[in-house]
Design a protein around this ligand. Structure first.
Ligand SMILES: C[S@@+](CC[C@H](N)C(=O)[O-])C[C@H]1O[C@@H](n2cnc3c(N)ncnc32)[C@H](O)[C@@H]1O
Length: 189
């Protein structure tokens, strides 16, 4: 599979996949913020025998989330992620039978899920979905699992760092920033 654009981000995913496999960590995978599925595809490729939950509106940001970011001067939320659709994403997934599409506004799309997770990518850009994503997924993360939060060190989306700092402080959790293009932070358990 191609390491599109960001060698450090994709290599970190590969190394975490190796750790999860070597340590026999159980659980499903997920991405919150799929867009056209570039990173989801690599998760689905590496974790070839595991379920992957794909959370996105597939219509871009929600107006409420943008408003909160703007009020707090985290971002202007003007990027348009509406030029995608479920069919496009699914056609590019190497193991489509393992994919569970959760289309719509997160966290509403998470209601009723009681699975556990070994790997989660949170790449939703704005404060509200990132904070909600951590609140939902961290308790369901298996010991030995990892959450990646994209944009922790991205000045265009300052809400990502604020969401991670708030959640980690409230729950006494440590994290590891990595030097990929948008400044991902890795939260292990
Ligand atoms: C930067 S894109 C994801 C990019 C993708 N992870 C990749 O690596 O190619 C951010 C996505 O988050 C989604 N998103 C943001 N807030 C959301 C929310 N509250 N519910 C569902 N999806 C959301 C947007 O629709 C958008 O597609």
């Amino acid at each position: 599979m191609p390491n599109r654009f960001d060698y450090v981000r994709y290599s970190a995913l590969s190394l975490c996949h190796e750790e999860i496999t070597a340590n026999n960590v159980s659980g499903s995978t997920a991405e919150l913020g799929v867009y056209k599925g570039d990173f989801s595809r690599q998760i689905n490729y590496l974790f070839s025998k595991r379920k992957i939950y794909l959370f996105d509106t597939f219509e871009g940001f929600d107006a409420k989330d943008i408003q909160l970011d703007q009020e707090n001067k985290f971002s202007i939320g003007s990027q348009d992620f509406s030029d995608t659709c479920v069919d496009f994403v699914m056609k590019n997934m190497p193991h489509p039978d393992n994919c569970i599409i959760k289309k719509g506004f997160f966290p509403e799309t998470a209601f009723g899920i009681s699975d556990s997770f070994c790997f989660v990518s949170i790449d939703a850009d704005l404060f509200a979905p990132i904070y909600e994503g951590l609140s939902f997924f961290y308790p369901l993360l298996e010991k030995g699992g990892y959450i990646f939060v994209h944009d922790f060190n991205n000045n265009d989306y300052k809400g990502a760092k604020q969401a991670v700092l708030k959640f980690c402080k409230e729950n006494n959790i440590t994290y590891v920033p990595i030097p990929d293009v948008a400044g991902t932070v890795i939260i292990p358990k």
